[in-house]
Design a protein. Structure first.
Length: 84
């Protein structure tokens, strides 16, 4: 699958309200673990890993989208090679 196809699919996914709601609900659940004093270290560790995973997913989506934008810009702009 090309970067262009991935970017289109990821953009649709990122724009999906249900997907965004799911990410936010999972993140809120993980954050609530930090706010409860009765949680043990293992629960806090799992919550931290979950938040890291969500951030990784969001970063991957944004990275693919940005790569596609850069590729499009390179194709559309009149680039000139510098002669040394």
């Amino acid at each position: 699958m090309s970067n262009k196809e991935k970017a289109q699919r990821y953009t649709r996914l990122a724009g999906d309200e249900v997907f965004q709601e799911l990410l936010q609900d999972v993140r809120d659940d993980a954050v609530s673990v930090f706010l409860e004093q009765s949680r043990d270290d293992e629960a806090i560790h799992r919550a931290r890993n979950l938040i890291d995973a969500l951030n990784t997913i969001e970063n991957k989506i944004n990275s693919i989208k940005m790569d596609d934008l850069v590729d499009e810009k390179r194709k559309s702009a009149p680039w000139k090679r510098l002669k040394i």
